[in-house]
Write a protein that binds this ligand. Structure first.
Ligand SMILES: Cc1cc2nc3c(=O)[nH]c(=O)nc-3n(C[C@H](O)[C@H](O)[C@H](O)COP(=O)(O)O)c2cc1C
Length: 208
């Protein structure tokens, strides 16, 4: 699969996980792809916690559903009805989860390229996640990013040190298939915007 095909086929997966075993060699390839990401000052500020234990996942799942209810409570009318139909995670159904951490202390204090933009470290972690996501797609696997959680809760659950930020809970594993249309689009929550709407020539021009 070439890179454009992987980009086009990649989906955020919630409902299509089969829970089938995942070959350790394939998992290693996918994690190697994540670890090959660019990073500010070559800090490689990511950590990957592999969560296979059903008990840990069930505990996180309960927390996520409390947060889902909290978000839902702020919605009304059409938004509430639409959100009600949207599945937001595959924590219990996927083969395993990969929690991605950001360690801002790695390679510090003299981080080349981060002196003016502290978030550059966080950007690096997101690039590792995108590499993981595309590699998993090329392997025929699914990935689902779950962000309905409080960072303190997840940090405690996994014993992460206070300075490490849990950036993502990724559900990972074999899938029955990858949908062509993103779930949020299918359910009428939001659609992909035309590319032309986000391109600006020379200066930033507000679009209406
Ligand atoms: C930072 C981030 C957080 C996300 N959090 C969630 C989430 O908590 N639950 C969920 O179902 N999808 C989550 N998603 C997936 C998006 O909804 C999805 O990427 C978007 O709708 C586009 O669909 P696609 O990834 O299939 O192209 C997240 C994606 C990103 C990048």
């Amino acid at each position: 699969m070439d890179v454009y095909e992987a980009i086009g086929r990649r989906r955020d997966v919630r409902a299509e996980f089969t829970g089938a075993p995942l070959d350790e060699e394939i998992l290693h390839r996918v994690l190697s792809a994540a670890h090959a990401a660019p990073s500010v000052g070559m800090t490689q500020p990511w950590d990957f916690v592999l969560v296979r234990d059903p008990g840990t996942r069930a505990e996180f799942h309960r927390h996520v559903h409390t947060e889902r209810a909290r978000f839902a409570a702020g919605l009304s009318g059409e938004r509430a009805a639409t959100f009600d139909r949207i599945k937001i995670d595959g924590i219990l159904e996927s083969t395993l989860s990969v929690v991605v951490g950001y360690d801002p202390e790695r390679g510090s204090p003299a981080v080349l390229g981060r002196h003016a933009i502290a978030d550059a470290g966080l950007y690096s972690v997101c690039l590792a996640i995108q590499n993981l996501w595309l590699a998993a797609t090329a392997e025929g696997l699914g990935v689902g990013w779950v962000s309905f959680y409080r960072e303190d809760f997840l940090r405690d659950l996994l014993g992460m040190p206070a300075h490490v930020r849990p950036v993502a809970w990724l559900c990972l594993g074999p899938v029955a298939g990858l949908r062509e249309v993103p779930d949020l689009e299918r359910h009428g929550w939001r659609s992909r915007m035309p590319l032309a709407e986000v391109i600006h020539e020379e200066k930033y021009t507000p679009k209406d």
